[in-house]
Design a protein around this ligand. Structure first.
Ligand code: OXD
Ligand code: MN
Length: 595
C-alpha cells in the first residue's frame, strides 16, 4: 500500500476485501491533482477517455450501451424485516443478498488495481458532514469521486485509529484474466448488477455497473439512501433537493430548498438567473440537501456534494447559461457526442445541428441519422467551484437557514403554476402526493402520471410511511420556525399543447411571489387545494402573457381535482398502517373542500 492506514476498522475491511476480490494491487487515494491526472492518463491509455481539444482538461467517456443510467429495479434496501424497507423499495434478506453478492465479488478485481477512496460528504470536519470510504476497481470512479465529493488524506487523519466511517464497496464486475485485453467500459451484464444498501449497519455494496448513481457511492447511495435512515434516527433531514439563495432588491436573502423528480429542471432552477431586475440568485447545490435544526431553532442546510453530475441534453445557453459556463473546462463528459474539432455536443445544445459527429456509441452521425447523437441521460461531472453563480456560503459548515420548501412536478394539466400549503401538515401532504408525468428520461410510457413523494421514491432508504411521519415530527419540532411550503408546476400546457408559462429565468416571478408571501406582503386567495396568488399579484412586468393564459395557469378545476382523489387514495393505500393518520385527515379535508 502506498499510504499507511491507521484506522483499525478500515485496515480490517481492506484486508477482507483483498481476500475476497483478489486485486493485483491496492492504492490508497489522497485526492491530489496529481492523482486525478494519473487516473486520466491511465484511462486515456486504455482507450476509455478521449481528451477534448476544445475544452481544457476535459475528457469524454462512452459507456457500454447497457450501462447508461441508475438501475432502480436492481437497487435493494436490505433490512432484516421487509416492512422496514417498505412498499416503494426492492427488498432482499441481508444474509441471502450478501451470499449472492459474495459469489460475484469472489476474485472480481483480478488483473485490476483496487482503489481506496476516503471521502467526506459535506465540508471536511463540519458537524453535519459524514465520512465514507469507497473501495472500487474503477479509475473512472476515482476521478468522478474527486469532483463530486471531498477526497483527501485529511479524511484519513480525521478517522484516526478508532473513528467510524461508512464503507462503500464497489466493483465494475469485470475481472481481467491474465493476457485478456480490457474493453473501454468494463461492466457486468444487467442481471448481475446489484446496488445494495444495508441501512442497519450503514453499509453499501454495489456490483456490476460503472455508471453515475450506481458507482459514485457518495451520492444517491450514501447521501440519500443511507443518510435518510441516519437522519430519521438522529432527527434531521436528508433530501433530494436543490438549495439556492435568492436576494431581493433590498438585499434581503431567502434560502430555498426544492424537490422535483428527475427531468423537471432541478439544475436549471438551482442556477437560474432572474429576469426580474434587482433580484439575484446563487446556487448552493443542485441535487441533495442535508438539514439540521440549529441552536436558533431553524432548519440549516448544507449541500453534501462538491460537484454537479448534470444531465447534458437540453442544457444550452438559453436554458442554463450558468451550467454552460461551469462546464467550459476540467469536466468529465459521459455519453455525449464528439464533434470533428474535438468538442462535445448534445441534443438541445445549439439550434443548428453539426454536420457530422461521432455519436455516444462511437458511430458516425449526421443530421439525417435516426438515432440520438448523445444518450438522453448523457452527463457532465463538474466541480461546483467552477459555477459562476456559486454562493460564497456553499461550503459554510454551518449551512444556510431555509425559509422556503418547494415541491413540484411536470403536469401538463390540472396543477396550477404555484400555490401555498395552508400549514405544515398540508405541506407534507403536498410533498407526499407529488406527481410527475414521465418523459423519455424515465423508463416506461411517456406521459404516464407517476407519484414520486418528495422526489424521494428511488432514494428513501426506509419505509416511506415512516418517512412521512418523520417529516410531520420535524414540523412539530420546528413549530413557528418551520419553512413555508409551496408547490409549483412550470409545465402546464394549453389545449393546443403549448407551454403556458415561459419558465427558466421567468420562474423568478413565481419565486418573488413566494418570498412576498413569507414577508406577509402578498395576499392570497383560498382554493380547495391551497393558497393561490391574487389577481395581479404575480409580477409579470415586461412579459407578454395573454390574460387568458394566466387564468388557465392559475386555474383549479374542482372536477379535475376530484378525479385526482382516488389516485391519491390508491397511492396512500400501499403504505397500509404505516401511513400517518395526519395524512389521512389531509386527504379527507381535501375531499371536503372539493365539495
Ligand atoms: C440524478 C437523478 O441523477 O435524480 O440526480 O436521477
Ligand atoms: Mn437527483
Amino acid at each position: 500500500m502506498n499510504i499507511e492506514v491507521k484506522n483499525r476498522k478500515l485496515n480490517a475491511w481492506i484486508s477482507e476485501v483483498v481476500a475476497m476480490c483478489r486485486p493485483d494491487a491496492v492504492y490508497i487515494c489522497d485526492g491530489s491533482k496529481k492523482e486525478y491526472d494519473s487516473m486520466m492518463e491511465k484511462l486515456v491509455a486504455a482507450g476509455s477517455g478521449i481528451p477534448l481539444e476544445k475544452r481544457a482538461g476535459s475528457y469524454l467517456f462512452r459507456s457500454d450501451p447497457s450501462d447508461v443510467a441508475r438501475v432502480e429495479d436492481r437497487t435493494y434496501i436490505s433490512t432484516s424485516a421487509q416492512d422496514e424497507a417498505g412498499p416503494t423499495n426492492n427488498w432482499l434478506d441481508p444474509a441471502s443478498l450478501k451470499e449472492t453478492m459474495k459469489g460475484f465479488y469472489k476474485d472480481c478485481m483480478k488483473g485490476r488495481t483496487m482503489y481506496v477512496i476516503p471521502f467526506s460528504m459535506g465540508p471536511i470536519g463540519s458537524p453535519i458532514s459524514k465520512i465514507g470510504v469507497e473501495i472500487t476497481d474503477s479509475p473512472y470512479v476515482v476521478a468522478n469521486m474527486h469532483i463530486m465529493t471531498r477526497v483527501s488524506s485529511k479524511v484519513l487523519e480525521l478517522l484516526g485509529a478508532e473513528n467510524d466511517f461508512i464503507p462503500c464497496l464497489h466493483s465494475i464486475g469485470a475481472p481481467l484474466e491474465s493476457g485478456r485485453k480490457d474493453v473501454p467500459w468494463p461492466c457486468a451484464p444487467i442481471e448481475q448488477k446489484y446496488i445494495s444498501h444495508f441501512p442497519e449497519e450503514n453499509l453499501i455494496w454495489s456490483y456490476g455497473s460503472g455508471y453515475g448513481g450506481n458507482a459514485l457511492l457518495g451520492k444517491k447511495c450514501l447521501a440519500l439512501r443511507i443518510a435518510s435512515v441516519m437522519a430519521r434516527r438522529e432527527g434531521w433531514l436528508a433530501e433530494h433537493m436543490l438549495i439556492l439563495r435568492l436576494t431581493n432588491p433590498e438585499g434581503r436573502q431567502y434560502h430555498i430548498a426544492a424537490a422535483f423528480p428527475s427531468a423537471c429542471g432541478k439544475t436549471n432552477l438551482a442556477m437560474m438567473q432572474p429576469s426580474l431586475k434587482g433580484w439575484k440568485c446563487e446556487c448552493i447545490g443542485d441535487d441533495i440537501a442535508w438539514m439540521k435544526i440549529g441552536e436558533d431553532g431553524r432548519l440549516h442546510a448544507i449541500n453534501p456534494e462538491s460537484g454537479f453530475f448534470g444531465v447534458a441534453p437540453g442544457t444550452s445557453y438559453d436554458t442554463n447559461p450558468m451550467a454552460m459556463d461551469t462546464i467550459r473546462d476540467n469536466v468529465i463528459f459521459t455519453n455525449c457526442a464528439l464533434t470533428d474539432d474535438g468538442d462535445v455536443w448534445w441534443e438541445g445544445m445549439t439550434d443548428e445541428l453539426p454536420a457530422h459527429l461521432i455519436d455516444w456509441k462511437g458511430r458516425d452521425w449526421t443530421p439525417e441519422s435516426k438515432a440520438e447523437a448523445a444518450h438522453p441521460n448523457a452527463r457532465f461531472t463538474a466541480h461546483a467551484s467552477r459555477c459562476p453563480v456559486i454562493c460564497k456560503d456553499w461550503e459554510n459548515p454551518a449551512g444556510v437557514p431555509i425559509d422556503i420548501f418547494i415541491f413540484g412536478g411536470r403536469r401538463s394539466s390540472v396543477v396550477p403554476l404555484v400555490y401555498e400549503a395552508f400549514n405544515w401538515d398540508h405541506g407534507v401532504f403536498l410533498g407526499a402526493t407529488a406527481a410527475s408525468e414521465t418523459t423519455s428520461a424515465n423508463i416506461g410510457a411517456v406521459g404516464n402520471l407517476r407519484r414520486d413523494p418528495f422526489a424521494m421514491k428511488p432514494f428513501c432508504g426506509y419505509n416511506m410511511g415512516d418517512y412521512f411521519q418523520h417529516w410531520l415530527n420535524m414540523g412539530d419540532r420546528l413549530g413557528n420556525k418551520a419553512p413555508r411550503i409551496f408547490y409549483v408546476n412550470w409545465f402546464r400546457k394549453s389545449d393546443e399543447g403549448k407551454f403556458l408559462w415561459p419558465g427558466f429565468s421567468d420562474n423568478s416571478r413565481v419565486l418573488k411571489w413566494i418570498c412576498e408571501r413569507v414577508e406577509e406582503k402578498a395576499g392570497a386567495q383560498k382554493s380547495a387545494i391551497g393558497l393561490l396568488p391574487l389577481d395581479g399579484a404575480l409580477d409579470l412586468s415586461g412579459l407578454n402573457i395573454p390574460s387568458e393564459n394566466m387564468k388557465e395557469l392559475l386555474q383549479v378545476d374542482p372536477v379535475e381535482w376530484k378525479a385526482e382523489v382516488p389516485d391519491i387514495k390508491a397511492h396512500f393505500d400501499i403504505f397500509g398502517d404505516r401511513l400517518p393518520e395526519r395524512l389521512v385527515v389531509q386527504l379527507q379535508e381535501l375531499r371536503k373542500r372539493l365539495g
